[in-house]
Design a protein around this ligand. Sequence first.
Ligand code: ADP
Ligand code: ADP
Length: 231
Amino acid sequence: MTGLELRELRKTYRSRGRPSVDAVRGIDLNLRSGELLGLLGPSGCGKSTTLRMIAGLESVTGGDILVGGASVVERPAQQRNIGVAFENYALYPPLSVAENLAFGLKARRKAARGDVDRKVKEIAERVGLTDLLDARPAGLSSGQKQRVSLARALIREPDVLLLDEPLSHLDAAQRDTTRRELKRIQKDLGHTTILVTHDQEEALSLADRIAVMKDGVIQQLGTPYQIYDSP
Ligand code: ADP
Ligand code: ADP
């Protein structure tokens, strides 16, 4: 059982010669194990900063992050068991798609070769990458790269999954299939998930609850029905 809890989470960016930026100004959230939260809000409201802090890719100015009840703020990213698919999260160019996926798996634990191959095939099939396993990232469309990032995050079977606009580069048909697949994977494997999106339909069809951020705080939190039905 791995819920995710944020307590009074804050981030202030300070750089020399420039005014500091209070990007995240005290976020409290409690996600139960297996819950999918849709995170919405205008550009610059602090969504990516929040995800990066949870992933351990950005330091925390204040507050706490708990995974399965244990604080992870002092742990480096690799020790958090959090899967991330971010827009600009680079794939390794010299490696094939299959090797990129296997890399994510091997980095986590010493896995037997046969197991790795089987997992790579399984996840590739789930997100529709079977025909692209031998391709290099440079030869892929942005939608295809996005599916590789998603697969790479999922293959580690993380406790917590963080997805930043995971379907934004897909065409309408692909988005439909990938969304359905994502929903199924998330239900099957029970990841506690935060998904950043601009797409109302995506939020409605995937999220158990929706949080709307503005200026570094959560302004609204509720079921999709409560959020979209409120005046
Ligand atoms: P969102 O993901 O909602 O668009 P961000 O978390 O990217 O929002 O940004 C929140 C605020 O923090 C913005 O004002 C942005 O300009 C600022 N910001 C983001 N990253 C940095 C950084 N590395 N250094 C300084 N300011 C940053
Ligand atoms: P290693 O354990 O050898 O350092 P990792 O791939 O675990 O290699 O970690 C390297 C960095 O890349 C870490 O910051 C890690 O969080 C990040 N990283 C690697 N794979 C992923 C992934 N699938 N999703 C998100 N972040 C990843």
